[in-house]
Design a protein around this ligand. Structure first.
Ligand code: SF4
Ligand code: SF4
Length: 626
């Protein structure tokens, strides 16, 4: 009789589980696009680190993360036990009297204790202390699930003291088995679906941060316009979100009081996807609100922190593409696109200004037979007078170290601002033109001082089949000067602002510090540093936004305060856009004596390398004058 009852319960609850999972699998299968499975080695590595070892979960919230990891590892450990108990209860096979099963049960005791401790901690945290990132309202569903898990562990431990043939023993066993079945039926309709989906989502997450696949214009792709356009990975992401709020608390826009909240975006996508046929034609601009979509700096903090592999940036940029293709880009972007279209640089300046800089800095045109490395100037280096000084410092260092370098005779904006703001057509035009030039020049290594150019040429151009080694100047110079004796002199307190596209995207955080320390910097770390910096507010086209009209605080003002709170009055930057934003924040801050200096200038000056004088502009085959 007991066996029959268990069979009926298993069939009912497993069917409920399977039906709900099938609905979600159908939603994912019906979504357009394909999952990407490139770089399998890197994906396996992420899987081991983030799923098996739970590193990302523990890293940001060590106590809560460890409690969660204990529960996860306990679940894995209990897998075999649960199967054996069901096989026994259903009358399929009785393995419970075997020696190995007894040994297994003994081994599970510390796991059960750890899971119980972990889940009680999480229960109290959710129900009593409730951090803001978890939302204002206590989730009944989370409380029920936590009680289920605690009950499973308690009944397992009680099983050692209760004879299964007694009434108390039978009640204990049935409680354990019923809770497992109820848990199973509850999973798919709750955020605990992440138990099933997150290992898959993490494996399918792009190994490269902020990957936004190219649009294929021949297939008339224009970006994401309606709910039915959301691609497979985005639908999977939306269904996997565990609502932990890590993306929210790390988002600089949210932190600055703007309407953008990456967690809300994902949950809005989830609600729209689950709403079914009625919502499929709904415009994404109505699901998310365009105002919110344009507030993202593409800093990558959200997807970098997400423990379950959600990728926010492709969804945000995909939706921006949909808006751009319908002529709904903000006005400030229209002006920038105009500059890119007419002048091929974000400032809208004449090309002769780059030519003048190339001439006055005595730069040679790259020739693979003569030069070791091609220096990519970028829009900032080629046209922005402040950053040109930084590039001159780099040139002085390279010359002092006998590095032979040249530049392209024709270089256009990489297209980064077009790509990140959703103007894919313009991005592809710029990218193709640059790739043609680069292929003709044939460098094996490109050096640039702009972290955005590193990302765009290194990652985005690869999707057009152009592969080249591109390295940021901080990394190149750190390697170059590793054996150079450190200069004598007093140390100077400095704070380094990690650019998002260098620290978070490229993971280059040690090399800038190595240079600072070597050349006399006493590095004072600000809050939010290294691989998880607080953005300067420039990325994703927001460099061009009207700062006076921004809702909430300015991201750059918040970062300026964080940097100056270290007490060091020298702030070192390594990105032209960070430099512009932070100097802008300084100008509107109360009187202060903070000095900004670019990393290359810091190295050159502390190493006492003489600055090259400007050369008169001459026309020669190597320095063509427009
Ligand atoms: S990329 Fe940065 S700004 Fe954009 S949603 Fe994510 S955390 Fe916020
Ligand atoms: S998207 Fe990721 S980080 Fe954000 S709430 Fe969901 S699970 Fe947490």
């Amino acid at each position: 009789m007991a066996t029959l009852v268990l069979w009926l319960l298993v069939v009912a609850f497993v069917s409920a589980f399977a039906a709900q999972v099938a609905t979600r699998v159908r939603l994912i299968a019906a979504a357009p696009g394909q999952f990407s499975l490139d770089h399998v080695g890197a994906r396996v590595q992420h899987f081991v680190v983030d799923v098996v070892l739970q590193v990302r979960t523990i890293r940001e919230r060590p106590i809560a993360g460890l409690a969660h990891a204990l529960v996860f590892w306990g679940f894995i450990a209990f897998g075999g036990y649960t199967v054996v108990e069901f096989l026994n209860g259903l009358g399929i096979a009785n393995l419970t009297d075997t020696r190995w099963f007894w040994a297994y049960r003994i081994i599970l005791i510390p796991f059960a204790t750890a899971v119980l401790g972990g889940i009680l901690f999480l229960l109290v945290r959710r129900a009593v202390f409730r951090p803001a990132a978890l939302g204002r309202n206590v989730s009944i569903e989370s409380i029920v699930i936590a009680c289920f898990i605690a009950t499973l562990m308690v009944t397992f431990l009680l099983g050692f003291n209760l004879d299964e043939d007694t009434l108390a023993g039978r009640i204990n066993w049935w409680t354990h088995m019923s809770v497992i079945l109820a848990f199973l039926a509850l999973i798919p309709a709750s955020k605990h679906l992440h138990l099933v989906l997150s290992p898959i989502t993490v494996f399918l997450k792009s190994p490269e941060l902020g990957r936004v696949p190219n649009l294929d214009f021949e297939k008339e792709e224009v970006g994401l316009e309606t709910v039915k356009d959301l691609p497979k990975k985005t639908v999977l992401d939306a269904l996997t979100c565990v609502e932990c709020g890590r993306c929210e608390v790390n988002c600089p826009a949210f932190g600055a009081g703007k309407a953008l909240n990456p967690k809300t975006l994902i949950l809005q996508a989830q609600a729209a996807v689950l709403a079914g046929a009625g919502e499929r034609e709904r415009k994404l601009g109505d699901v998310f609100s365009p105002e919110v979509l344009w507030q993202c700096t593409t800093c990558g903090a959200c997807e970098n922190q997400c423990p379950v592999g959600v990728e926010h940036i492709p969804m945000i940029i995909g939706a921006r593409r949909g808006l751009v293709s319908n002529g709904q880009a903000p006005e400030y972007l229209g002006a920038m696109y105009n500059h890119l279209e007419r002048r091929k640089n974000i400032w809208g300046l004449g090309y002769d200004q780059r030519t003048r800089f190339v001439g006055s800095a005595a730069l040679e045109i790259f020739d693979p037979t003569k030069h070791d490395v091609l220096v990519w100037l970028g829009c900032a280096g080629a046209f922005e007078s402040d950053f040109q000084k930084s590039l001159r410092s780099l040139f002085d260092i390279l010359r002092a170290q006998d590095i032979r370098f040249g530049v392209l005779s024709k270089e256009q904006c990489t297209g980064d601002p077009a790509k990140r703001t959703g103007n894919e057509y313009m991005f592809q035009e710029l990218a193709q033109a640059n790739i043609e030039e680069l292929k003709a020049a044939g460098p094996k290594k490109i050096l640039t001082s702009c972290p955005h150019c590193v990302k765009t040429i290194g990652d985005d151009y690869r999707r057009f089949g152009y592969e080249v080694e591109i390295v940021h100047s901080s990394v190149f110079v750190a390697e170059l000067m590793r054996d150079t004796p450190a200069p004598a002199g007093d140390s100077q307190p400095v704070t380094f602002h990690d650019p998002c596209y260098l620290g978070r995207y490229a993971g280059k955080v040690d090399e800038p510090r190595e240079l600072l320390v070597k050349f006399g910097g006493d590095v004072k770390e600000p809050e939010r540093n290294r691989e998880n910096p607080f953005c300067c507010g420039a990325g994703g086209g927001l460099l061009f936004a009207d700062k006076e009209e921004e809702p909430g605080s300015r991201i750059s003002d918040i970062r300026f305060k964080q940097l100056t709170a270290t007490g060091a009055n020298t702030v070192v930057t390594a990105c032209p856009f960070c430099s512009i934003m932070l100097k802008g924040a300084q100008a509107s801050a109360p009187a202060n004596d903070v000095q900004f200096i670019d990393l290359m200038t810091f190295v050159r000056d502390r190493h006492a390398i003489a600055a090259s004088p400007d050369r008169p502009i001459t026309s020669s085959p190597n320095h063509p004058i427009a």
